[in-house]
Design a protein around this ligand. Sequence first.
Ligand code: CP
Length: 318
Amino acid sequence: MRHLLSIADLTRGDIERITAVAESFAEVAERDIKKVPTLRGRTIVNLFYESSTRTSSSFELAAKRLSADVVNIKSDGSSVDKGESLKDTIATLSAYDPAAIVIRAPWAGAASFVARYSSASVVNAGDGKHEHPSQALLDVFTLKRRLRADSLDGVNIWIVGDVLHSRVARSNVLAFTRMGADVTVCGPPTLIPQDAASLGCRIAYDLDSIREADVIYALRMQNERMDNTLVPSLREYVSRYQIDGRRLEPRQLLMHPGPVNRGVELAAEVIDSPQSLIVDQVASGLVVRMAILYELLSAGTGGNVRIAPPTPTEKQPA
Ligand code: CP
C-alpha cells in the first residue's frame, strides 16, 4: 500500500493486516524500551491545517517510536499564515525528501491532492467532511480487542449524532461494514447526509431502537462546521439524542472519537462508565498509527513484521 487516503480503498484483508501489525506494536508498548529501529533514517512530516490533540500527538509519537525523524508543522505560525498555498508548501517540504506526509486539512480531497504533487507516501489525517481513515482503523482495532474477536461479524453498531459533518462517520461505516458489522446511523434528518444509505448502513431518526445496539458510537456536535438552521436548539438535540445513563445499558459498549462536548452528545456519567472505550481508543491510536506507517514505509520491503528488540546502545541505564 502506497498511501492511506480513504477506507474505501481498503479491503477487509488490508484492515486485518494493519490491525494485526498494531497488535505486535501493542506488545512493544509493554516493553521498558518502547522504541524500535524500523524507520531509522526516514523523515515524516506532520502537516496540520486544523486543530488536533489525539491525531497529531499520536502520529508524532508513532513516528518517534519507529525511530523516524519528525517535522511537525501547524498552519498557525507557519508560512501558510503568510498565504503560501498547499501546493507550494508541499514543494517546499519535499525538499527534505520525506518518506511520508501526514496531512489534516479542512478541504475534502486535500490528502489526494498532496499525493499527486509529492513522491512521499501520504496519510489522510482528516480531510474536511470526507474521511478520517486512521480513526476508523483504530476504532476497529479497539473493538476487536475489547470483544476478543478476529472480526466484527454480526456486531450491531449504532453511530449517533452529527453524521452530516462527520468524516469519522463516513470512514467508520465503511470500516465497520467491511469487517462484518451491521451499522445504523442515527440523528436528526437535517444531520444525516442524503447519500448515507449508499455506504451500506441503515438509517434511524430517533433512538427508539437503540437497545438493539451492541456498541453505541457517539459523534461530536461539530459546532465549527454547523449552520445554525440545522438543529432547532441544542436543548432539543440533547433531549432527543444525548446518550446518558438511561440510554446506555450495562451490556452495551460506548465509543466516541473525541474531543467530547460533555453534556451535549454524551452525559458525564457515561463518559466515565465501565462501558466507555474512549480512553482505549486514544491508546489504540498510537499503535495503529505505528502500524499504518509500517504498512506504508516498511512492509513491502521486509515481508512479515519483524520488530527488532532494542539494540544494546538503546538500552536504558538500570
Ligand atoms: N479524533 C480526533 O481526530 O481527535 P483530534 O481532533 O484531537 O485529533
